[in-house]
Design a protein around this ligand. Structure first.
Ligand SMILES: Cc1ncc(COP(=O)(O)O)c(C=O)c1O
Length: 395
């Protein structure tokens, strides 16, 4: 297909809710993508963290192929072997809860909202406090819970029961709590909000506050989960265990799957009829996720994140020393960012033209989130392009 036809098809037939880069990709392998002209790109923002293992990881491809030949979908009024096996594995790898499967981060967070409302029913509580600059999804409830009015304002009137406090500000949270509050939701590292890491001491106080007031603590690990921060889950790094955790993105290695894990007693409130997802936890999605977990374990990818994350951070710190426009390097593991003293979209464009894909969020925060399998050579290659691009951008 010609390039013009690809673009025209989108323009004529696809809802225009996305800003598109103009690039047309046709192939991916590990940290690399190839466009329709055969140009190779180093992808340091693979699928907004969805292709967290890199593109088309061979184990995930093999699992999807094998499962597709056997059984693709089974409705959730029946059993199949892979959903239970995956739930067992996720439960044992986290805090021993029960798992609800869905297809995306927003759906996982919707599940958490509904579970929190079930939890608060007997005491008349339904309020959820989220953080300013958070991001929790685009469905009506999750976009309302997202602490960035620019995303929800056009859709007013919004569902009731959501309020917002500044991130890492314990006093504000304590003040915002009222008789209706039933839960607090936090991203351990805010992604879309600019790679802001939650303070350990703050989280500890939040956990205590939740325990004292019978509030559920929900961690949105949609972006931080599955190795990105140097632990399987970011909460393990921060030492605070939530009551509910939501996951998606890297979970299926590119295949859509989301999950909500809730502490067993709380999860028990979701009885037949309360919640469902037709595609949730299909054999194909579960096989992909099981393959991702196998790859993370067998290829020691958590250890790789710890090692390469340190190396990448060091390299970014050197760029900060070299260019005054780089004000700050922040993040955890391979969820890193360079905060600029100016708008960063132009830098992303220069990097793209030189064959490096990165992202700019929050106006001036350059997000660098390579695959959890990233290598030293790839980091060196990416940093060299970023170095040349910042030089050109700030000239
Ligand atoms: C922390 C967080 N939660 C939820 C979502 C929404 O996930 P999805 O786009 O899969 O619905 C995102 C997406 O970027 C996210 O970063």
């Amino acid at each position: 297909m010609e390039k013009e036809e690809v673009v025209q098809n989108y323009e004529k037939y696809v809802v225009g809710s996305y800003t598109r880069s103009g690039l047309i990709f046709v192939e991916g392998k590990g940290s690399y993508l190839w466009d329709i002209d055969g140009k190779k790109y180093l992808d340091f923002f693979p699928g907004w963290a969805v292709s967290g293992l890199g593109h088309c990881h061979p184990k995930v491809v093999e699992a999807i192929k094998g499962q597709a030949e056997k059984l693709i979908h089974i409705a959730n009024n029946h059993y199949h072997p892979w959903q239970g096996a995956l739930a067992k594995r996720l439960s044992e790898l986290s805090f021993g809860g029960k798992v609800f499967f869905c297809n995306s981060g927003a759906e996982a967070n919707e599940s958490a909202i509904k579970l929190a409302r079930l939890y608060g029913k007997s005491t008349g509580r339904y309020g959820i406090i989220s953080m300013e600059n958070s991001f929790h999804g685009r469905t009506l409830a999750t976009v309302t819970m997202t602490g960035q009015p620019k995303y929800s304002k056009p859709f007013e009137p919004l569902p009731p029961g959501f309020s917002y406090v500044p991130f890492n500000d314990f006093d504000a949270l304590e003040k915002a709590m009222d008789a209706q509050t039933v839960a607090v939701i936090i991203e351990p590292v805010q992604g879309e909000g600019g790679i802001n890491v939650a303070d350990r001491e703050y989280l500890k106080r939040v956990k205590d506050l939740c325990e004292k007031n019978d509030l559920l603590l929900i961690f949105d690990e949609v972006q931080t989960g599955f190795g990105r921060t140097g632990n399987l889950f970011a909460y393990q790094h921060l030492g605070i265990v939530p009551d509910i955790m939501t996951l998606a993105k890297t979970l299926g290695g590119g295949f859509p799957i989301g999950a909500m894990i809730a502490e067993k007693e709380i999860a028990g409130l979701m009885v037949p009829g309360t919640h469902a997802s037709t595609f949730g936890g299909s054999p194909l999605a579960c096989a992909a996720c099981l393959a991702v977990l196998d790859a993370i374990e067998k290829e020691k990818l958590i250890e790789n994140v710890a090692k390469q994350g340190d190396y990448l951070r060091k390299k970014l710190m050197a760029l900060k020393e070299k260019y005054p426009a780089v004000k700050k390097i922040k993040g955890l593991g391979v969820m890193l960012a360079a905060e600029l003293d100016r708008e960063g979209a132009g830098l992303v464009d220069i990097c793209t033209s030189k064959g490096l894909l990165i992202n700019c969020t929050h106006g001036n925060v350059i997000r660098i989130m390579p695959s959890v399998a990233v290598t030293v050579q790839e980091i060196d290659e990416g940093i060299a392009i970023l170095d040349a691009s910042i030089a050109e951008f700030t000239r």
